[in-house]
Design a protein around this ligand. Structure first.
Ligand code: FES
Length: 175
């Protein structure tokens, strides 16, 4: 039996009350994803043991559902709104400017894991269009120049508050 690492022991404790039954697979995956932000290969192995299914079965479910990541999330994620109101206000140009600044593709992240960009759905705050989310915060009424400054600041680990407040004050918002 391989040596039990601290990380493996933590995973076992996290999943201890999950029944050895394949019907609990999604629940186990959600629990791991919520706790770690992604489902590692080691987590898949521990889930497979706990549920008494094959690792291939767990891997198949993990990669089938878009909800689950198999790599660590970036330190900061930019959620790009793909909704129609944002698209009418050049959100595609804003997205492409951010991706070019970061040197990544949609859904990717910088090599050092500092920042990534993912596609999000409209949440109804279209008066802020075109908008992105930085973590939980909405950064709205962007233009390409501001979006580039935001992406650069996140990439460089700099303070983003000036870029965000500049956006808010320009919009007459900031609430
Ligand atoms: S379309 Fe982007 S916030 Fe509604």
């Amino acid at each position: 039996m391989p040596l039990e690492t601290e990380a493996t022991a933590e995973l076992r404790a996290l999943l201890a009350d999950i029944k050895p039954d394949a019907t609990d697979l999604l629940g186990a995956l959600h629990r791991v994803q919520h706790h770690y932000g992604y489902v590692s290969a080691e987590a898949m192995r521990v889930i497979a043991e706990q549920l008494r299914v094959s690792v291939a079965h767990v891997y198949g479910a993990t990669t089938y559902y878009a909800d689950f990541r198999t790599t660590p999330p970036p330190r900061t994620n930019i959620g790009w709104c793909s909704g129609p109101a944002c698209r009418l206000r050049n959100s595609v140009g804003i997205r492409d400017a951010m991706l070019a600044t970061l040197g990544i593709a949609m859904g990717g992240q910088t090599n050092d894991g500092m920042v990534g960009v993912t596609q999000m759905q409209c949440n109804g705050s279209c008066e802020q269009a075109p908008q992105v989310w930085v973590g939980e915060a909405v950064v709205g009424r962007l233009n390409a120049a501001r979006a580039i400054r935001l992406a650069r600041a996140l990439r460089d680990g700099a303070d983003t508050s000036s870029v965000i407040s500049e956006t808010a004050s320009t919009n007459g918002g900031g609430h």
